[in-house]
Design a protein around this ligand. Sequence first.
Ligand code: IMP
Ligand code: MG
Length: 175
Amino acid sequence: MQEEIEVLISEEKLNARIKEMAEEISRKYTGRQVHLIGILKGSVFFLCELAKHITVPVTMDFISVSSYGDGTKSSGIVKFNKDLDESIEGKNVIIVEDILDSGRTLSYVCKIMQDRKPASFEVITLLDKPDRRVIPVELSMTGFVIPDEFIVGYGLDYAQKYRNLPYIGVISNVD
Ligand code: IMP
Ligand code: MG
């Protein structure tokens, strides 16, 4: 069957909410510098839009981890594919994630990053699917809480496709 995608969050709503999140970060870190850490590849669209609206100095780095195969079900195994380029010791780290689902990826990433002695540490996510949480993760900010559906777009993929959609959509007719 043909895959179908129905818009869940429009580009306008995404960008408006991300701007609010950036404003909150700018207020909170006034007089300081923030170091954004994006989790490749899903968080890239969110991180770019967010960074454009942050008014305090911003640096950024990326890690790559994978917890999903090509389907819509988590494998439960987190694999570290790419580490940071620079040390985070003494920096105000903000982990920027696309979606918090079971919590396996973020809890694993948080443990590794907190051990590296950042000056401060917080985690933000564009999307949260709380119904599917297996491991708790402490978030300081969430863009949108969404129902337990498999979604694509704005960085999120199904079998590596649809990351480039400018909106978040629910995909159907997949296994
Ligand atoms: P977790 O480890 O189960 O919390 O999963 C987090 C990762 O799984 C996210 O960073 C996404 O890459 C991926 N993921 C979880 N839910 C979805 C979804 O609905 N669509 C696309 N990717 C998802
Ligand atoms: Mg991700």
